[in-house]
Design a protein around this ligand. Structure first.
Ligand code: NAP
Length: 278
């Protein structure tokens, strides 16, 4: 079996597989969700992305079940919603997530998006307390613009923000114009969410043609294109075990300059950004 690439996750010292496992809306697929997550881990993924928001804690509980007996060597990422971003609520939200996930420490804890009501200083103060208490190993942000990131960096200081999780796929490449180079320069991991365009890319005919010429799946091509770049990770969601394994295998796929040029031509980068999806 080809080796799935791992790389440093920002400045955290943790080695994440380039492909992780997304979990949004998995609560609707209780029948197969745990099996799909396990298959993704068996195929070589070593991190799972979840959030208190997903199914109102239900998805974290599904993840907790799925990873029973295999917590070691696995990185867990969860997120606090802005409505809980005040100091005491962030601590309480993290405690709930730990309970749901049946673990005593989250590897990375993210602010899901910015809403502006709670000052970022206050949320980061809570993250610092969680770090001190050993409840989290690192923290990061999600859906942050460069302006938000500049503020976050001023508050947290260099080397503290592990990642920015953002909408990024072949038909939505706006981050390449600003957020991605900004993060790469500062050793902040960029985690591509909805990396398959919520499944649309898996059925895209232009991509299918390029993929069949390479003897891989369209999803694999879409993911490999993103994670070929320094500091980039992708977290596709799959409720079906075959999809999960297929996606993770793209972490071993090396694209040639010609592959990259053909994909770039078919899905050109445009600076226009869509509103963040939660
Ligand atoms: P996505 O991963 O782009 O697409 C998921 C869809 O693609 C599902 O319908 C899935 O089908 C299908 N799929 C997956 N692998 C496939 C394959 N190999 N072949 C064919 N179809 C395949 O969409 P997403 O769930 O929006 O994003 C991924 C993760 O990012 C989320 O689950 C969540 O963890 C995270 N996220 C974060 C934010 C944020 O604000 N931070 C926002 C959105 C998402 P099946 O499920 O039927 O297998």
């Amino acid at each position: 079996m080809a080796k799935i690439e791992q790389r440093l996750f920002g400045a955290t010292g943790m080695m994440f597989s380039t492909i992780g496992l997304g979990t949004w809306q998995l609560e609707a697929e209780q029948c197969c969700a745990a099996v799909a997550l396990q298959r993704g881990l068996d195929a070589g993924a070593n991190h799972i992305d979840t959030a208190e928001l997903y199914g109102d804690g239900e998805v974290e509980r599904i993840v907790g079940q799925a990873i029973r007996g295999r917590r070691q060597g696995l990185y867990l990422v969860s997120k606090v919603v802005p409505a809980h971003a005040a100091y005491a609520q962030t601590i309480a939200a993290c405690e709930r997530s730990l309970k749901n996930l049946r673990t005593d420490c989250l590897d990375v804890y993210l602010l899901h998006w910015r809403e502006g009501k709670t000052p970022l200083e206050e949320t980061f103060r809570a993250f610092d307390a969680l770090l001190r208490d050993g409840k989290i190993r690192a923290f990061g942000v999600s859906n942050f613009s460069v302006k938000d990131l500049e503020e976050a960096l001023r508050i947290a200081g260099p080397g503290k923000i592990a990642c920015n999780q953002v909408l990024y796929h072949l038909q939505q490449r706006a981050v390449e114009f600003d957020v991605l180079p900004w993060c790469q320069k500062r050793d902040i991991a960029v985690v591509a969410y909805s990396p398959l365009g919520q499944g649309k890319l898996a059925a895209n005919r232009r991509l299918a043609k390029l993929a069949s010429a390479r003897n891989v799946s369209p999803s694999q091509l879409a993911l490999a294109f993103l994670v070929r770049q320094q500091g980039v990770f992708a977290i596709p969601k799959a409720a079906y075990a075959e999809h999960a394994a297929d996606n993770v295998r793209s972490g071993a796929l090396k694209l040639t300059d010609q592959d990259i040029a053909l994909i770039d031509q078919a899905f050109p980068a445009k600076p226009k950004r869509r509103l963040p999806m939660i």
